[in-house]
Design a protein around this ligand. Structure first.
Ligand SMILES: Cc1ncc(COP(=O)(O)O)c(C=O)c1O
Length: 409
């Protein structure tokens, strides 16, 4: 049930983590003159910054924490609206709510990422940001989303939790908007069980992000800072064990993504030109992560039949990531989401209803995720292959899929 990085866990992760365990220094801060301080989190931050060409980077405890940090850094709060897709993980929406702002749900298109036309429709005078979620490793149409954000004076924030290492037109996902976030939970490209990361371009945003993630302290928290803390913050720090593990996984990123592309190309090649089988739009074929192969079938009835025979589910029925299945949000007006939100006056026009995004509903009801690297029933990818699958296994699963579709048309 894990993400692709899981399959490559080996001696390198063991070595990195053991170094920290043997040193006994597990906290992210330490003195350069202390030989026991292995500065894994700091090394991870500079490794990601350098590879992704991002001016600022901050390691945190999860992707959800990274989203909260990003919204704090962007100064998003009560009275603001943030446009996000109806197909995403709940954290994309809940972190907006925890910021005191209002998530406004927009349709996805056949890329299964934000539909720029609907985004533009959802903009109001209260809109502060667009949250572009690169679902299932596929880049959003960033060119159009960025054009809209720039023209309408909005921030563009990238939720690249599911797309660490992916690129759009040559730039790493997360680094194109004003801020970007990643997750290192077990389902993600690389993982450490849990963990997250935020990238941004602006010094002031970084200072706020750092303080928000660590009790208001200034970046790198060197020494006692009484008198210097301008905000209150949380503890969303990453520890050295996690930093060490992610570092080892990070060094395998290029190899991993190349392997996923090889497998996906082979799998897709076997399905191309087969009757009834279409694919979601990929906004950057070379840049996507290739963690999943999403097939679009002609009707919901065919898709349901195929999924049942393969022991999997269509995306609409897969659980966690579809707004229609989020009972925490459905039926609520923003003002009734509960404390601390009900202490703030919100526009009562924003509400969350089953069926409110008909285009998204139609696409997801016809979509089946085939696992390439992310084997996760919660995403609907219980059927498929994994990064260690042989060519024979890839061929056999592809033939099984095509034959099942042919029988179900
Ligand atoms: C799109 C998206 N955003 C945010 C998150 C939150 O990440 P985490 O589980 O590390 O808190 C996830 C995790 O599944 C996700 O898929």
């Amino acid at each position: 049930m894990p993400g692709p990085g899981f399959y490559l866990i080996g001696e390198e992760e063991e070595r990195e983590v053991l170094e920290v365990v043997r040193s006994g220094h597990l906290f992210r801060y330490g003195s350069e003159s202390d030989p026991n301080f292995k500065h894994k989190v700091i090394d991870l931050e500079s490794a990601i910054r350098n590879k992704f060409n991002s001016p600022f980077g901050l390691a945190v405890s999860s992707g959800t924490a990274a989203l909260s940090v990003a919204f704090a850094a962007a100064k998003i709060g009560p009275g603001d609206e943030v446009i996000c897709p109806g197909y995403t993980f709940i954290a994309s929406m809940s972190s907006i709510i925890f910021a005191g702002a209002v998530p406004v749900l927009a349709e996805v298109d056949e890329s299964l990422t934000l539909d720029p036309v609907d985004v533009e429709r959802k903009i109001t005078p209260r809109t502060k940001a667009i949250l572009a979620v690169h679902m299932l490793g596929n880049p959003c149409d960033l060119e159009r989303l960025k054009e809209i954000a720039d023209r309408r004076g909005l921030l563009l924030i990238e939720d690249a939790a599911q797309a660490f290492g992916g690129k759009y037109k040559g730039a790493y996902l997360g680094t194109i908007g004003d801020l970007g976030i990643y997750s290192f939970n077990i389902y993600k490209t690389i993982n450490a069980g849990d963990g997250g990361f935020v990238v941004m371009k602006d010094q002031e945003m970084f200072t706020t992000a750092f303080g928000y993630h660590d009790q208001g302290h200034l970046p790198q928290r060197m020494g006692v800072e009484i008198g210097n803390r301008t905000i209150i913050g949380h503890n969303f720090r990453m520890n050295e064990l996690t930093g060490a593990f992610v570092l080892a996984q990070f060094r395998k990123l290029d190899r991993l993504i190349a392997q996923l592309h090889r497998i996906k190309t082979a799998f897709k090649g076997h399905l191309c030109n087969k009757p009834g089988i279409g694919f979601r739009t990929i906004n950057d074929v070379e840049g996507e992560c290739a963690t999943l192969l999403t097939v679009l079938l002609p009707t919901k009835a065919v898709a349901d039949k195929v999924a049942a025979q393969l022991g999997t589910k269509t995306i609409s029925h897969s659980g966690w990531h579809v707004y229609n299945n989020m009972e925490q949000i459905l039926g609520k007006k923003q003002a009734t989401l509960g404390p601390p939100f009900n202490s703030v006056e919100f526009p009562t026009t924003v509400e969350y209803r089953k069926g409110m995004l008909p285009r998204t509903d139609d696409i997801l009801s016809r979509a089946i995720n085939i696992s390439i690297g992310v084997v996760d029933a919660g995403l609907g990818s219980a059927f498929g292959v994994n990064p260690l699958s042989s060519n024979e296994e890839i061929l056999s699963k592809a033939e099984q899929f095509a034959a099942t579709v042919a029988r179900s048309l």
